[in-house]
Design a protein around this ligand. Structure first.
Ligand code: HEC
Ligand code: HEC
Length: 308
């Protein structure tokens, strides 16, 4: 809670030439395999310090990648369809354990993913976050943007074991509480612990044109195909990382309840929508994808209609 608004609002302004991306319909947002422990530890892998970065062409590319990761919307607007930055979900610039840190992700690719039934490269994995989490158009695999983001991830994982799941990978999802989740209680948690930053209607808060507190639902948020729309994934992120600066302060049940409350609200449509049909899309992409409310009717209202 002590972080200043300035810190969030710092914008690095330099332009990048990025080659135009193609729209890639990625079928897969399936969840990461379980990692050794989802309990917070104090001996996670330590990525290198910024001061260790060499002053050469490599260092420059890594710095470009870091800036893109933190200020994605400003520096790569052509690929971002909402108002988020990568670092809004991958906290501490992609360094924080249990916030899908890049040092744990990068060494696990290429990786087989069951839904699209192929081995995915690291670039393809990042394209998935551009298409769904950023509700955008993914940059081409050989674009400057993905090259720089890859270099940044590669550097953060200097010295990390290759191809071995490390503790702290992903979002460390807590088990669903016995008796399930409760969105009415989730609303209460939201109002007492989240609204102060994320605002009324989860709409986030801006200073000037930029969000200092990102939106949790609505047109500027992640879309219905994003991993964060799964209640189990969001519960893990929230449990370990929110309220910002007070991670681990909610119970598993509170984290699940508020994750369900957030993820029962409308957001941009799943870009994989089949023939405009929510039920077909639910069956194909959401039925087997963790716990989610896409295509489910709650209190007489069909969830997953999308918002523009
Ligand atoms: C002190 C302010 C603060 C509070 C309180 C807070 N958050 Fe956040 N939250 C943030 C900030 C800032 C980010 C982006 C982090 C970054 O960019 O480093 C964020 C990111 C998120 C994200 C991922 C990005 C997005 O917009 O989807 C989710 C989900 C989230 N918060 C949910 C919650 C929930 C649920 C609560 C209440 C339990 C909560 N937050 C309380 C400040 C806060
Ligand atoms: C709205 C939140 C959100 C935003 C914004 C976001 N991501 Fe992600 N990211 C996720 C989720 C959720 C996962 C999947 C974790 C899982 O499957 O359990 C993920 C996974 C990843 C992974 C794979 C991690 C691993 O361990 O295999 C990479 C790499 C990644 N994201 C990069 C990015 C990049 C680059 C951006 C910006 C272009 C970005 N993400 C923006 C939520 C987000």
């Amino acid at each position: 809670m002590k972080r200043s608004i300035i810190e969030f609002a710092v914008l690095l302004l330099w332009a990048m030439n990025a080659s135009a991306g193609t729209v890639i319909k990625m079928d897969d947002q399936s969840q990461l395999p379980k990692v050794p422990s989802s309990k917070p530890l104090n001996n996670y892998f330590k990525p290198p310090l910024a001061s260790e970065l060499p002053n050469n062409a490599y260092g420059e590319l890594v710095r470009k990648g870091e800036a893109l990761f933190v200020n994605t919307k400003v520096l790569a607007p052509q690929y971002v369809g909402n108002q988020l930055n990568c670092a809004n979900c991958h906290l501490d610039r992609g360094r924080k354990a249990l916030s899908a840190p890049l040092w744990a992700g990068y060494p696990m690719y290429p990786a087989y993913r069951k839904k699209n039934n192929k081995v995915n490269t690291y670039a393809e994995r990042m394209q998935g976050c551009f298409q769904f989490s950023m509700n955008g158009t993914p940059p081409a695999a050989d674009s400057e943007v993905l090259n720089a983001l890859t270099a940044y991830s590669y550097w953060l994982s200097t010295g990390a074991p290759i191809g071995q799941a490390q503790a702290g990978r992903g979002f460390g999802e807590p088990e669903q509480p016995a008796g399930g989740y409760n969105t009415a209680n989730g609303k209460k948690v939201f109002e007492s612990r989240c609204i102060i930053c994320h605002g009324e209607n989860g709409a986030g808060q801006k200073v000037g044109a930029s969000y200092i507190f990102p939106p949790l639902w609505g047109k500027d948020s992640y879309n219905w195909g994003a991993g964060m729309h799964r209640i189990n994934t969001a519960a893990g992120f929230i449990k370990h990382n929110m309220p910002l600066g007070e991670g681990e302060s909610l119970s598993d049940k509170e984290a699940w309840d508020v994750a369900a409350y957030v993820n029962m609200h409308e957001r941009p449509q799943d870009p994989r929508l089949i023939n405009g049909d929510i039920e077909l899309t639910r069956k194909k992409y959401h039925e087997g994808d963790g716990v989610n409310l896409y295509g489910v009717t709650v209190d007489g209202v069909l969830i997953g209609q999308g918002i523009k």
